[in-house]
Design a protein around this ligand. Structure first.
Ligand code: AMP
Ligand code: MG
Length: 418
């Protein structure tokens, strides 16, 4: 195994992963299970919304022309012939000088073309008066004003959020065509690793990456198969990777991907005949992140260092999984923020800093979340975003404008622009 690895730019690495990611098939799920899934069919308006002209207020439906000439000195009186709440129809249309007392959401009676709000009237038994003329169409929610039948409202590939659910329900989608979720496996490697319930012993640490990746997947509403943790043993790891590949579409491993004596993942990729897309990325943390393909399988070899592992998942694994599901906005959303404190370290590589962003009166401010080496675990816990610092500079000072990648936001973006 050659120790020479050529780092490639992050953008190129992301592109390579995405180019080798295939879009999977779809399935139908009941509407109440569709939240968080990717739409595989566009939402086309099956009917006008609203489906009939209706009142947006509680008031009286009138013929606008009957209100002509009304003023404070010349109040015009109407005869109320009916009253309807939402869900009901007026018994008959109105004629000259007549009105229907109407509540929000009720269909406009025939011949009526304006609604007078209750507050704009003085009522007396079954009559009322008003003091201003109304225009034709005033205070009418017109059929189709929200959506016209046949119009494509949401494209396939959109992530289904609560608003999407509302639209699907509006059109009676009891079932929704969504992307099948990829089956993802997680395997942690490292002889030093203990399970979460085990007591610390000299030289050992608990496996934090496995549970972290599981939660990163859960945040995407993707289930996973855990292949537990294995020591740095080539045969055992090889066997488990083969088993995992037979059962999953995507295998995420952590650890063992570097150039150390006990880093066996590179050997395993070679033995499997997997195509390594890259094994060095010009980024910190996570420069050893390796991605390989084998048939339609994707293998993400994430670093064992927790911050590197976390970042590798968010930058490479997450968008690939979203693309597999047909997602059209697979990348983390980005915004500009002001750097909240100095970050004096020079950046030979593009740097991703776990950070906390907050809205202030001067706009969003992002501050590094503490100890920020690639081995850091505490800053991942505190961070709610990742600051992106371009390479080739001699550190950053408080107050500079920086790019920030937002974590845990439902809707991503379509383009990778870093
Ligand atoms: P490696 O990528 O195997 O060279 O590991 C890099 C560093 O990450 C070492 O200090 C490991 O002990 C640590 N590490 C590896 N795997 C894990 C894990 N699953 N959870 C927490 N730390 C880990
Ligand atoms: Mg290791």
């Amino acid at each position: 195994m050659s120790l020479m690895r050529k780092p490639i730019p992050v953008k190129e690495a992301v592109q390579l992963v995405m180019n080798h990611t295939q879009i999977g098939s779809s399935e139908k799920v009941p509407l109440d299970q569709a939240y968080g899934r990717v739409l595989k069919e566009p939402i086309i308006a099956k009917h006008d919304v609203p489906p009939f002209d209706r009142s947006p207020y509680d008031g009286f439906a009138i013929r606008a022309e009957d209100s002509k000439g009304a003023s404070g000195e010349n109040r015009i009186h109407f005869q109320v012939i009916d009253e309807i709440g939402a869900g009901h129809l007026a018994k008959r249309g109105i004629e000259k000088g007549e009105a229907v007392r109407i509540m929000t959401g009720a269909p406009i009676p025939e011949n009526a073309d304006a609604v007078v709000m209750l507050e704009q009237t003085i009522e007396q038994e079954d009559t009322f008066s008003l003091r201003k003329p109304f225009d034709t169409g005033e205070n009418i929610a017109v059929q189709g004003e929200d959506a016209k039948e046949g119009k494509v409202l949401i494209e396939a590939g959109a992530l289904i959020h609560p608003g999407t659910i509302a639209l699907l329900a509006t059109f009676g989608y009891a079932e929704v065509e969504v992307a099948k979720k990829p089956v993802v496996g997680i395997l942690a490697t490292g002889t030093e690793l203990l399970q979460v319930h085990e007591e610390l012993t000299p030289g050992k640490i608990r496996n934090s990456n496995g549970p972290m990746i599981a939660a990163q997947l859960s945040r995407m509403d993707i289930e996973y198969k855990s292949y537990g943790l294995l020591g740095d043993n080539l045969d055992a790891c090889m066997e488990m990777v083969e088993k995992a590949l037979a059962e999953t579409d995507v295998l995420i491993t952590t650890g063992g991907v570097s150039v150390g004596d006990y880093d066996y993942l590179p050997v395993i990729y070679e033995k499997l005949g997997a195509e390594v897309l890259f094994n060095k990325v010009a980024m910190r943390p996570g420069s050893v992140t390796t991605v390989a393909t084998l048939g339609s399988h994707l293998l993400f070899g994430l670093s064992g260092n927790p911050s590197a592992c976390f970042t590798g998942f968010e930058l490479f694994t997450r968008p690939a999984l979203l693309k597999m599901m047909g997602g059209t906005k697979p990348y983390l959303p980005r915004m500009k923020a002001t750097l909240g404190e100095d970050f004096p370290k020079p950046n030979p590589f593009l740097r991703f800093v776990r950070a906390v962003w907050e809205m202030t009166e001067e706009g969003p401010v992002a501050t590094p979340a503490g100890f920020n080496k690639s081995a850091a675990v505490s800053s991942i816990a505190r961070g709610n975003c990742i600051i992106v610092l371009p390479n080739g500079t001699r550190g950053y000072t408080k107050g500079m404008e920086v790019d920030v990648l937002l974590l845990g936001v439902e809707e991503g973006v379509a383009k990778w622009e870093l």
